[in-house]
Design a protein around this ligand. Structure first.
Ligand SMILES: [Zn+2]
Length: 293
């Protein structure tokens, strides 16, 4: 290991063939492996300067049998954003052939992304689990929120036709997030200085949870979801105890989703929540511009 100050190492260490890389045998094992991998990745930025990822020969593209092709055997499918900061194999501490990744800007469950996930679960029996991974600071969601707040204006990102396919599916979670913020802080919240970042943060949670809820009906595998926090490098859900890396089950129904979003709205970063409370406290409920989306 390097002793140079500031140097961190991520090592892929191949085990002997006999005790090599065991694939998770269940969805619960797969989920735990992703959560533990993310915990180690997040810790690598703190005191732990060396992260060892134990892998089998497959991690280097080597087949099980000499001369044969390497069979595709991922243990989980990941549906996430194309954002370069949220690379699934890195943030979950996994290697080549571990994850079947479907990534598209804004991770909207469009026909092609849904078909890709269905291909994985129908043709790859090693896939035990499907996870939806949103992330903070998502540029697609920021554009959708800006379009929602300033519809059809000159600066409306949705006015660019090439972005419509990315942005249109995001308006449902933005609308759900706006409702959750109004429920928690009152209708005057739309006039708060921090309303825009609050709406972005809440909509990101809404989008990941809603996508997992939708996919559960379409994909025949256990499903989980989480939001990757760019600041802490942890995948989780706002309000989770201790903010440990942890996935959540998809909301059971619309009522459960609404409750989840109210919790997310109430658990916004402290400075944002304080500003929203302050703004709404000085304005009697109903005095804000309720017509503003
Ligand atoms: Zn994104």
């Amino acid at each position: 290991m390097s002793d140079e100050p500031g140097v961190r190492e991520v090592v892929w260490r191949q085990q002997a063939a006999d005790d090599g890389h065991q694939r998770p045998a269940s969805a619960a094992e797969a989920r735990l492996r992703l959560e533990r991998g993310n915990a180690a990745f997040a810790a690598a930025g703190d005191e732990d300067r060396r992260r060892i990822v134990t892998v089998g020969p497959h991690a280097f593209g080597l087949p099980n049998l000499p001369g044969g092709d390497l069979p595709q055997e991922p243990f989980a499918a990941v549906f996430g954003c194309s954002d370069a900061r949220v690379v699934p194999e890195l943030v979950f501490g996994q290697a080549l052939n571990d994850l079947f990744c479907v990534r598209v800007a804004g991770h909207a469950p469009t026909a092609s992304s849904l078909a890709s996930l269905q291909f994985a679960v129908r043709n790859l029996p090693t896939v035990r689990l499907v996870v939806v991974v949103g992330h903070t600071g998502c540029g697609a969601m920021i554009a959708a929120v800006d379009s929602f707040l300033r519809p059809a204006g000159a600066a409306d990102p949705a006015a660019a036709s090439e972005l419509r396919a990315v942005l249109d599916p995001l308006f449902a979670p933005v609308t759900a997030a706006a409702q959750a913020l109004a429920d928690v802080y009152g209708p005057a919240v739309t006039g708060a200085q921090d309303y825009r970042p609050a709406l972005v943060d809440t909509a990101i949670v809404a989008h990941a949870a809603l996508t997992a809820m939708m996919l559960q009906r379409a994909v025949a595998r256990p499903m989980a979801w989480g939001v990757y926090d760019l600041a802490t490098r942890r995948v989780g859900v706002p309000g989770a105890p201790g903010r440990q890396p942890r996935f959540s089950d998809p909301p059971a129904d619309d009522r459960a989703l609404a409750g989840l979003l109210r919790t997310a709205a109430a658990e916004l970063p402290r400075s944002t929540a304080v500003e929203l409370k302050r703004s709404t406290a000085v304005q009697p409920t109903g005095s804000g511009d309720a017509t503003r989306p």
